[in-house]
Design a protein around this ligand. Structure first.
Ligand SMILES: [Zn+2]
Length: 376
């Protein structure tokens, strides 16, 4: 057998093994390198901001129409994420959120569960909130959507379908998360929250009166998307974020906080240009507050991304126009402060690699995340 022929056989064997490994292995990330590459000892806290539906052109449109710069453009490290789900080229917020929370691809509509074992009967993927909590970190999930909306649910629950509001609420209320705040979902009750050790909060004043060491479940009744406080009872996303960090940042173990700006997606679905811009500005203002905190703190990683683009915003004859009332498959931004290892220089990565790299940056390894939790 010639040396050339042997070389060819060996290369075929290696590529077959790689392909099989990708198909049969649990989530072998395409390009994410081994965990030690990402470790950064000075990172203690993570603030993970998700602009639901926010594509690159949402940023460009906002800047062009308001003639302003966005804080999002000042991040030192940037890349872009591919968002397809296990089942669909165009993801929904459930599969998109699950990728960003659990480090796996799942089916559209599924929340924090495997695409094949959706019930789940055998196992489900651990989310990064649970991972951080197990290490003793404080954890929080805040959103302008319902608390059981697809994105916050992906960080706090496991269920076959995003519409299972009772299941999602039950998972949240029996979780170890320190704070879960958002719009009222119509299912969660004060008595259920209190029975599980949460203070039940419905107004801005009650939120502001929370003290360190308390756990809280907020169900705000009014719309939460505007840039300014709409009434004395309804906080902005920025106010929620600042108060949440204040409550979470008091331990040596650090904290993990997911913050969702949900209305970029909602207003893009209805092609409401003004409100889309307002929601993008509300999100950017929240990011500024979190970036200011991280810069002063020196131990905080800030990651900004989206779950998918909504509206198909396209520049036509000098104006940004919607080309869709739904989600699209375009890549979306990933912006990072605090580590050059998550992304840099416009790198393209898969959405599910983002939480894996965040976990590695906190010092976790391949054995810790992503992992399956066996159902008892
Ligand atoms: Zn949507």
């Amino acid at each position: 057998m010639s040396a050339q022929f042997m070389t060819k056989i060996i290369s075929i064997l290696i590529s077959t093994a790689l392909v099989l490994g990708t198909i049969t292995g649990f989530n072998i990330p395409a390009k994410t390198k081994d965990a030690s590459t990402y470790h950064k000892s000075e990172i203690k806290n993570v603030i993970y901001l998700i602009g639901d539906g926010m594509g690159f052109n949402h940023l460009e449109k906002t800047k062009a129409e308001r003639n302003i710069d966005l804080v999002m453009d000042t991040f030192p490290y940037d890349g872009q994420s591919r968002t397809r789900s296990f089942t669909n080229r165009v993801t929904d917020s459930a599969a998109g959120g699950t990728a960003l929370a659990c480090g796996i691809r799942t089916a559209n509509s599924a929340i924090g569960v495997d695409p094949i074992d959706k019930t789940p009967k055998y196992s489900y993927p651990k989310n990064i909130t649970e991972l951080c909590k197990e290490r003793g970190m404080m954890t929080g999930v805040i959103t302008t959507d319902d608390t059981t909306g697809a994105t916050p649910a992906s960080f706090s629950a496991h269920s076959s379908d995003r519409g299972n509001t009772e299941d999602l609420t039950n998972d949240q209320l029996t979780s170890d998360i320190d704070l879960i705040w958002g719009h009222a979902n119509g299912v969660a009750t004060k008595s259920a929250a209190e029975a599980n050790g949460f203070e039940y909060v419905v107004s801005y004043n009650e939120m502001m009166n929370l003290t360190e060491g308390s756990r809280s479940y907020a169900q705000f009744t009014n719309n939460l998307w505007t840039l300014e406080q709409s009434d004395a009872n309804t906080p902005t996303l920025e106010q929620m974020a600042v108060k949440a960090v204040d409550l979470l940042d008091d331990t040596d173990e650090g904290f993990f906080l997911m913050i969702e700006g949900a209305h970029i997606d909602k207003h893009s679905h209805s092609n409401d240009s003004e409100k889309t811009t307002e929601a993008t500005l509300s999100f950017d203002r929240t990011i500024k507050a979190m970036l200011d905190y991280a810069k002063a703190d020196g131990e905080t990683l800030v990651v900004v991304t989206a779950d998918h683009e909504t509206g198909g915003l396209t520049l036509k004859k000098g104006e940004y126009k919607y080309t869709s009332g739904g989600h699209t498959a375009v890549n979306i931004p990933v912006l990072v402060y605090g580590s050059d290892k998550i992304v840099s220089g416009g790198e393209k990565l898969n959405n599910y690699e983002i939480p894996i790299r965040i976990a590695y940056t906190l010092g976790f390894t391949e054995d810790d995340f992503p992992v399956k939790v066996m159902v008892k």
